[in-house]
Design a protein around this ligand. Sequence first.
Ligand code: G4P
Ligand code: NA
Ligand code: NA
Length: 192
Amino acid sequence: MKLLEDRIRRDGSVLPGNVLKVDNFLNHQIDPQLMDELGAEFARRFKDSGITKILTVESSGIAPAVMTGLHMGVPVIFARKHKSLTLTDNLYTAKVYSYTKQVNNDISIDRRFLDPEEKVLIIDDFLANGQAVQGLLDIAVTANIKVAGVGVVIEKRFQKGHKLVADAGIQLEALASIASFEDGKVIFATDK
Ligand code: G4P
Ligand code: NA
Ligand code: NA
């Protein structure tokens, strides 16, 4: 998606360890107009998939997920990383390993919000090693629901997540696909 690639070229910076910093429109400050356009694009790409709900993980997945839900007319659930006071039992839980932070986190979703006939679309900000997506896929198996697709704002094509989703036979849509970082510059798959 050209609009997003241009924004990444303009406002993104490449940090050591193959990390793209995009905190002025996605990961800290959020650009609502851009999020709206991203949501509309995901809605277009998954319009014939029969989606009944969107799943994401807090916190950075929420903004694009909500905009997608708005355009598709379906509810959005975010998996929690911390136990809430009102969310105590009756949970679907999965372990998510974060390579960047080198810790295991539990993510959880209240069982009440996932019915067996649900067909969900997973939305997230980044697809890197795919651990967050894997956690949501694990929950989907336990909850006996279908995953109709995975939509990510930015994928780092050279890390494990892309293959993980593709190998699972799930439709994957990345609005910006990064092939590599070269000398501090972003090379998109579309540049090649
Ligand atoms: P995964 O999300 O594909 O599993 O990747 P990984 O375990 O490698 O990443 C852990 C966290 O780092 C995730 O956020 C993920 O979105 C984020 N991340 C991975 N690569 C990049 C990158 O190049 N740039 C930025 N800005 N973030 C990256 P999280 O810990 O779940 O945090 P949040 O959702 O609360 O922001
Ligand atoms: Na994330
Ligand atoms: Na993140």
